[in-house]
Ligand binder design. Structure first.
Ligand SMILES: [Zn+2]
Length: 218
């Protein structure tokens, strides 16, 4: 198998706060994360960020995220499933009552129409149940993959197989990352609706992640 060198884990989801994409640029000493708008002289003046600090930040964020996704998404999907199953039972009971009435010779035009409507409703509920089940199934895969990645994150820099897994996880779980080099921070939006802000400290050697309701303004 071809071993592909994944240098930039965040390609495809990383943007500068000005709206341009971020690029990995090999500096004289370190690789930097640079705004393409600035590189092309399009008016952005935001500072670059040291790329290695971003991967270190991602480890910290990764540690916080799986548990958070677990409590939010799992519960809501489960609740949705239970509500749908309850609705299915109610609707099927109504159909059974109509069928019984028809058997007893009490069929009317109105009842027949009601039965047809209920039957199409049952079809819709069943489709929604399938969707909800698929959603919770996908979620479990992501959570398992997240746990596996978490267990071996210390070797992220060198392990190409792990880098590939992390990038896949980012593709399926991260909607967008918005960098602000001037403030030494980035905001990240996960596909499941969670947003976090990562603030670097002590010249990018440390940092802190907090969950936020909205992306910060440029
Ligand atoms: Zn920019």
């Amino acid at each position: 198998m071809k071993s592909e060198n994944i240098r930039n884990l965040f390609s495809g989801v990383a943007y500068c706060v000005c709206g341009a994409k971020m690029s990995l640029i090999q500096g004289t000493i370190y690789p930097f994360y640079y705004c393409q708008g600035r590189l092309r002289g399009l008016g952005c003046t935001r500072h670059a960020l040291p790329y290695k600090a971003l991967e270190a930040a991602f480890k910290i964020l990764f540690l916080k995220v799986p548990a958070l996704l677990a409590s939010n998404t799992d519960n809501s999907t489960q609740a949705e499933l239970e509500a749908l199953q309850g609705k299915l039972i109610t609707t099927e009971t109504q159909i059974a009552n109509i069928t019984e009435a028809v058997k007893q010779g009490k069929a009317t035009g109105a009842l027949t129409i009601a039965q047809a409507e209920l039957e199409s409703e049952v079809e819709e509920i069943k489709a929604s149940i399938e969707q909800a089940q698929a959603k919770s199934g996908n979620y479990k895969t992501d959570e398992q993959q997240a746990k596996k990645i978490l267990a071996s994150l210390d070797s992220l820099a060198a392990d190409m197989g792990l880098r590939r897994q992390v990038r896949e996880w980012i593709f399926s779980n991260v909607e967008k990352m918005v960098f602000n080099g001037d403030k030494q921070q980035f905001a990240i939006q996960f596909r499941k609706g969670v947003r976090a802000l990562y603030q670097f400290k002590n010249k990018y050697t440390e940092g802190e992640a907090t969950f936020i309701p909205d992306f910060p303004k440029a």
